[in-house]
Design a protein around this ligand. Sequence first.
Ligand SMILES: *[C@@H]1O[C@H](CO)[C@@H](O)[C@H](O)[C@H]1NC(C)=O
Ligand SMILES: *[C@@H]1O[C@H](CO)[C@@H](O)[C@H](O)[C@H]1NC(C)=O
Ligand SMILES: *[C@@H]1O[C@H](CO)[C@@H](O)[C@H](O)[C@H]1NC(C)=O
Ligand SMILES: *[C@@H]1O[C@H](CO)[C@@H](O)[C@H](O)[C@H]1NC(C)=O
Length: 420
Amino acid sequence: MKSPAKSLTQLPKRALDLDWRLVLLLISSVTFFTYISISSSSAAAIPISLPKAASFKSILHPPNHRPNPTRQLNGSRIAVCLVGGARRFELTGPSIVERILRVYENSDLFLHCPLDSNAYKLQLLSDAPRIASVRIFKPQPVPETESQLRVLTPSNSPNGIQGLLQYFHLVEGCLPMIKAHQEKNNFTYDWIIRTRVDGYWSDPLGPENFIPGKYVVPPGSSYGGLNDRFGVGDYNSSVVALSRLSLISQLDSAGLTQLNSETAFKAQLSTQNVRYTTKRLPFCVVSDRQYPYPVGRNGVPVAALSSRGPLSGAKCRPCKPVCSGTCVGPMMSGLYRSWSWTEWANNTLELCDAHGEWEEGWETVFDNSAGKKLALARKRIWALNMDKCVDGFEKFKKRAAHWVGPSDAEICGLGLKKPA
Ligand SMILES: *[C@@H]1O[C@H](CO)[C@@H](O)[C@H](O)[C@H]1NC(C)=O
Ligand SMILES: *[C@@H]1O[C@H](CO)[C@@H](O)[C@H](O)[C@H]1NC(C)=O
Ligand SMILES: *[C@@H]1O[C@H](CO)[C@@H](O)[C@H](O)[C@H]1NC(C)=O
Ligand SMILES: *[C@@H]1O[C@H](CO)[C@@H](O)[C@H](O)[C@H]1NC(C)=O
């Protein structure tokens, strides 16, 4: 963290040619900044770039000094809610760190994940700039209420209504974590980015996706409603968007039935008068699931992870594409636009034949498209033994301001201990 004392001693020289009103403004900014720094017991999690501190910085350093997109958000407070199972996190995690967390380096990470045999991979997040709160929970059935059974449909959900409820619980679980952190530190976030552990980001999340008064989701993969694989919005919009379980009763009151995840999501925003818009986003959801190929009207296209994109959250895997160039148009034009369809024009999409398991040699295919840095992280995770894993997890835990979860030994043991 930048030392406030140092900034104060630098101030007089720098301020010489500024007029006195500006100097007073600067001093009050620095005082405020110092107060925040001193009053914080946990430096890891307090936003240092408050609006006043940011404007102070931008007076001293002309805007063109550092082309950091965060600048355009004018020192906003950003929470990143990251949820889901860590199945292929050795592929996705480093891309999330590089292309979301490091882009908005004042953002606070909130991680909500089930404990499973892949949770040990989450230690890759110790490279994140700021970790506010981590919760790794033992999965338990979510009780099903009459209201939920009326509103939701089990069709097309791999684990029926229970699967939907588990997913909703996972997403909504970020909210109490974020609220607790806000209360403890006496502020409210300006923005919440909601994203998934299994998202592979091929490019940075751009500042143009932060639109006051509108919730931004990706286009395509909308299954009759709205693509719910990513969202970003101001605080109030985000509270509605994340309240996936608790708003079901309102959907019930509105007389809605037979909703899947995406139609429930759309209804949830509409009934609460949250405006939304779509923007293409440079990520795909890395999936081990197998899907028939060629892709039928309601089928799921699986993109090659190496596609140019943006893939806007379409399913993907590392593969040598079986369909690219002129093959893609005829295939994708056959899909229902309001269902699993995703944007494909201008050679942005290449397709895998995903009817079987990931192909032999996919590691090399991945490394070639993801680059050296990400390939290295993959190899680092695969090389872990029990001792290194526990050390890595310990380091991760130390960086988090708040931590709820099983012991390092339990998390690492689940993934690394060979069955007897
Ligand atoms: C940030 O500040 C600039 C200039 O003061 C302004 O034009 C821009 O709209 C602001 N951006 C946001 C996201 O508030
Ligand atoms: C919280 O912040 C507000 C305004 O930023 C301030 O008025 C209030 O005194 C603060 N409360 C505490 C407990 O620090
Ligand atoms: C957000 O909601 C709170 C409480 O419901 C309200 O007081 C506040 O004005 C809202 N903020 C915006 C920017 O709409
Ligand atoms: C494809 O490229 C053309 C020309 O650059 C552009 O006008 C069009 O909007 C692009 N289409 C899509 C879907 O990206």
